[in-house]
Ligand binder design. Structure first.
Ligand code: E4P
Length: 211
């Protein structure tokens, strides 16, 4: 069970890695575009900032171009680069080709237990449901994750829950069976805080321990 940073901003990654308990970084094409920099430059910087997995999505138009792009990404850091592949039947076949050849893959934007069942058959290491988006656009995102976790029981495929907007949503998907979560920096920092803890600290600070 791990927590990842969901961002392509280098300063976010630097701050997150300094915490010492964030395993790696997930990106997506929107994250990369917001940096205003070439994607591979961002990716190289992120790989240099962490010793854990970095996730990068293929975006080429055709499946053969995505196959070539996946190998280009894999070659940058075979031990830690995870190729993100959006869930379609064609891309699940692409995933099977790549995993058989030793490329670490995550099938992303999964919305149904059927998709994650096929992702497991294709040898995907991870699947990424977008929980908050699913809740806003499909149904109850947490319940969908719970069904996915039930389908994946006994397989090698792990749920990396994404699109998480609150501490409560993070906790709910972990309780529903997600193996990992990826969160933006502000949520990551907020997870460790609670008014109860702050109040306890105030009271302890008022205690005067004799020297
Ligand atoms: C993973 O990187 C996903 O693309 C990301 O968490 C989606 O989050 P969003 O729904 O806020 O775009």
């Amino acid at each position: 069970m791990s927590i990842f940073l969901d961002s392509a901003h280098i300063e976010d990654a630097r701050r997150a890695m300094q915490l010492g308990f964030v395993r790696g970084v997930t990106t997506n094409p929107s994250h990369i575009a917001r940096t205003g920099r070439p994607g591979l430059d961002v990716l190289r910087d992120l790989l240099a900032l962490t010793d854990g997995p970095v996730f990068y999505q293929v975006t080429a138009d055709t499946v053969e171009e995505r196959y070539a792009q996946a190998w280009e990404l894999h070659s940058l850091c075979p031990d830690r680069l995870v190729v993100k592949i959006p869930a379609t039947t064609e891309n699940l076949a692409l995933t099977a080709r790549l995993t058989k050849a030793g490329v670490d893959c995550l099938v992303t934007a999964v919305a149904s237990p059927a998709q994650v069942y096929l992702a497991a058959q294709a040898g995907a290491h991870y699947v990424a449901p977008y929980v908050n988006r699913l809740t806003r656009q499909v149904g109850d995102g947490v319940s969908i994750v719970r069904e996915m976790a039930q389908i994946l029981r006994g397989t090698q495929t792990e749920i990396l829950a994404a699109s998480l907007k609150s501490v409560e949503e993070v906790v709910a998907v972990l309780l529903a069976g997600a193996h990992h979560v990826t969160v933006p920096l502000d949520l990551l920092l907020a997870m460790g805080e609670h008014p109860f803890s702050q109040q306890a600290i105030v009271e302890f600070n008022q205690a005067r321990i004799p020297a």
